[in-house]
Design a protein around this ligand. Structure first.
Ligand SMILES: [Zn+2]
Length: 396
């Protein structure tokens, strides 16, 4: 058999295979192909767009499987493709998850964010023993060193080494400021510096002054911030060494900057540089479309009770609301309705901790730390969105 014959019989085989299971008439097939090609999600499938992962899924009638948009498998024929807003929807329609792209597992993006967060916490908890090496860190989260380095820098704007250095400096500042009885040397070792002489060589860089001077001036931590504009007005984004520590919304930049100063009275507030703008852009994109999720580590500060409330809020999906009483129930403190409302008002991470999704029991909007009109706008936007589907159309 020469190559041409082989090619022809393979074609014939492919055609009979496609024709057999399909009950559709040729014109119905053409119509379906046209409908698929007209759908903006088709372009994302053809491009194998990882950015579209998690926003929709597609099934292939001839194979009976469904895939995520970035699936590396051979591109399907448009007449055999259907789009789904969720894995559950695809499975309800009778499709199995693809073995290759494993569409029911978290997307690479949110998976990366989880790994980076894990790496951050490993660096933080290594404290007194000094920072783990990149290799050790990578082994612990199950990635190659270069891969971890890349996704870490993407998510935090810092290399793991720079992050560890920032943590160490932070710990030292805390130790010097908060435990006035500890010796400066103990504080230096406690913060994870290997030898105090080495630390003194670096101290001007780390603290901007010698440790004793620093102690006299009290503890301070660096918080970088920038103020931009989004569809809801002015937005301030701030980041500590641990992660995003504030997302504030308001009418004007000055009020936001003052609010930040009040919330972090002892911090060194530093205007963000060009690299920081990238991070702000990510947060703004998230505020504009909260259903996409914010794939950055958060530095959530509050009492144990506030943290419980905020965790409960993070389980309310975009497009849904809960009442203060329901949130109180969920955290096992059904009588603490007023305290729940106060915790919502104390939230420093607008949208990331979605306190706008909490309403009165009768459905009335009630208050919002950043203005009830912004709350209304956010809820209207989220409820109008047929979750995954419309988002995918915006992206494609
Ligand atoms: Zn697949």
């Amino acid at each position: 058999m020469n190559l041409n014959t082989l090619h022809r019989s393979a074609n014939a085989l492919a055609q009979s295979f496609v024709a057999m299971p399909s009950r559709a008439t040729p014109s119905a097939k053409a119509a379906q192909a046209a409908a698929t090609q007209a759908d903006p999600r088709w372009a994302a499938v053809v491009a194998r767009s990882a950015a579209a992962d998690g926003r929709f899924w597609y099934s292939v009638q001839t194979t009976g499987v469904y895939c995520r948009p970035s699936c590396a498998a051979r591109a399907p024929r448009p007449e055999n493709v259907r789009f789904h807003a969720s894995c559950a929807e695809a499975e309800a329609a009778g499709f199995r998850p693809c073995q290759r792209c494993r569409p029911q597992q978290p997307t690479a993006l949110s998976h990366h964010a989880a790994l980076v967060t894990e790496a951050c916490r490993l660096i933080e908890s290594a404290a007194a023993n000094g920072a783990p090496t990149l290799g050790a860190l990578a082994a612990q989260v199950g990635l190659s060193a270069s891969h971890l380095h890349r996704i870490f820098k993407q998510a935090t704007g810092l290399t793991p080494k720079a992050y560890a250095a920032a943590q160490r400096a932070q710990r030292l500042r805390s130790a010097l400021g908060e435990q006035p009885t500890a010796s400066v040397t103990d504080a230096i070792y406690g913060a994870g510096y290997q030898s105090s002489s080495r630390f003194y060589e670096q101290s001007a860089q780390v603290l901007g002054m010698t440790p004793s001077h620093y102690r006299a001036g009290g503890a301070a931590q660096d918080i970088r911030f920038a103020i931009g504009q989004c569809s809801l007005g002015a937005i301030l984004v701030a980041q500590s060494a641990r992660g995003i520590c504030a997302i504030l919304l308001g009418d004007d930049a000055d009020t936001l900057a003052r609010d930040l100063q009040d919330r972090f009275a002892h911090a060194n507030l530093i205007g963000g540089d060009a690299a920081f703008e990238t991070l702000v852009a990510q947060v703004v994109a998230f505020v504009e479309a909260p259903g996409l999720g914010l794939h950055l580590p958060l530095d959530v500060r509050g009492t144990a009770f506030q943290q419980r409330v905020w965790q409960a809020l993070q389980t309310i999906p975009a497009g849904q609301t809960a009442s203060y009483a329901e949130v109180a129930q969920r955290i096992g403190a059904p009588t603490a309705v007023r305290a729940v409302a106060q915790a919502c008002a104390a939230n420093a991470l607008a949208v990331a901790i979605p306190c706008h999704r909490v309403v009165k029991s009768d459905g009335a909007l009630s208050g919002y730390r950043w203005g009830v009109e912004r709350k209304r706008a956010l809820l209207t936007r989220e409820s109008a969105t047929e979750p995954a589907q419309q988002r995918a159309e915006k992206v494609a």
